[in-house]
Design a protein around this ligand. Structure first.
Ligand SMILES: CC/C=C\C/C=C\C/C=C\CCC/C=C/C(=O)SCCNC(=O)CCNC(=O)[C@H](O)C(C)(C)COP(=O)(O)OP(=O)(O)OC[C@H]1O[C@@H](n2cnc3c(N)ncnc32)[C@H](O)[C@@H]1OP(=O)(O)O
Length: 302
């Protein structure tokens, strides 16, 4: 077996880019939870995993009501489930979707970024980085079955997938809307978007914080297919079959070739990226903006 840049070619698992990342090791309890997935469903409180070993795929459903905001707990459980599937050679692909009606994910949890201390912000941001790195460089085929609104961090997660299917519902908008909150999408969010829809469209979308409804999302290439709501899952399955018809080693090496440089940019500066985030989010003006935004979200109801 040849070794290419740390990747073992000839076995199914070609690269584990996170294995050497600082902080990537899981705790003892978490490690004990690993192992073969088998045919029974598994998962955790916030991440349901429905395996189909015969097909070599699993459906992973985010289940953190009401809106799948990416809390520290959800991020942690997400990474653990992902690693379990990555480590089990039975699985070649994951369909990522939501168990919360009408929302794929509301993005990063604003409560994690408001009124906390710098140590908490640092821990939180490290977890956000970790999930992005693992998803972006995953060996598995990842298909997003987007069955709800998909702003900011929710959009980022979908952009790490190899293919996005969006339900045709005008409420199911998708985009990196950070500027609307008075915050800035970090460079690796931006890079992920640019790699998907190109520089000029990203520039406009990011500055204006555009949340694209389905037809426009399709037009700019933010998603690959828009289908009636009741066909999202079946479409994701047939797209998965197409992707799985490609030999794993060739597809994985190609994915790595396309994505590694983008991931490496963050890997090389994880600590300074954390410091930037902590400094930025701790500013009084930013805290005020987030509070105002949260207030508007709450008012919307009343
Ligand atoms: C040069 C650069 C320099 C520095 C840069 C350095 C670092 C970068 C710094 C920061 C980067 C941060 C990047 C941030 C990314 C993010 O993801 S921020 C989150 C953005 N998300 C949103 O804007 C979505 C907000 N939510 C909604 O629009 C809606 O909730 C929804 C469309 C998703 C769903 O609508 P509804 O079904 O109608 O649900 P409600 O709106 O009633 O919400 C129910 C409940 O949930 C609460 N909530 C909603 N979203 C969030 C959230 N993201 N986090 C936490 N909580 C959320 C909402 O307030 C309601 O709560 P209650 O009122 O019931 O208490």
């Amino acid at each position: 077996m040849a070794l290419v840049a740390g990747m073992r070619v000839g076995s199914r698992v070609l690269f584990r880019p996170w294995a050497w990342l600082p902080g990537a090791a899981l705790g003892r309890k978490e490690s004990a939870a690993r192992g073969r997935v088998g045919a029974r469903g598994f998962g955790s409180q916030r991440v349901l995993v429905e395996p189909d070993p015969a097909a070599g795929i699993a459906v992973m459903k985010l289940k953190s009501p009401p809106v799948n905001s990416l809390s520290l707990e959800l991020l942690t459980e997400f990474v653990i489930s992902l690693e379990k599937l990555e480590n089990d050679k039975t699985f070649r692909g994951i369909i990522l979707t939501s168990d919360c009606p009408g929302v794929f994910s509301a993005g990063l949890d604003l409560m994690e970024m408001c009124g906390k201390n710098p140590a908490h912000y640092a821990e939180y941001w490290k977890a956000v980085q970790e999930l992005w790195l693992r998803l972006y460089l995953s060996n598995l085929v990842l298909i997003a079955a987007i069955n709800g609104a998909c702003p900011a961090g929710g959009c980022l997660i979908s952009l790490t997938c190899d293919y996005r299917v969006l339900a045709d519902n005008p409420k199911y908008v998708i985009g990196l809307n950070e500027t609307l909150l008075g915050i800035v999408a970090p460079f690796w969010f931006k890079d992920t978007l640019v790699n998907t829809i190109g520089h000029r469209t990203s520039e406009r979308a990011l500055q204006l914080g555009i949340l694209f409804p389905p037809a426009e999302a399709l037009q700019v290439g933010m998603v690959d297919k828009v289908v009636p709501e009741d066909q999202v899952q079946s479409t994701a399955l047939s797209v998965m079959a197409q992707w799985l018809s490609i030999p794993d080693h060739a597809r994985q090496l190609t994915k790595n070739m396309m994505r590694k440089a983008t991931a490496d940019r963050l890997v090389k500066q994880r600590d300074s990226d954390i410091q930037n985030f902590v400094g930025f989010i701790s500013r009084d003006s930013i805290q005020k903006s987030l509070q105002v935004y949260l207030g508007k979200l709450r008012q919307k109801k009343g």
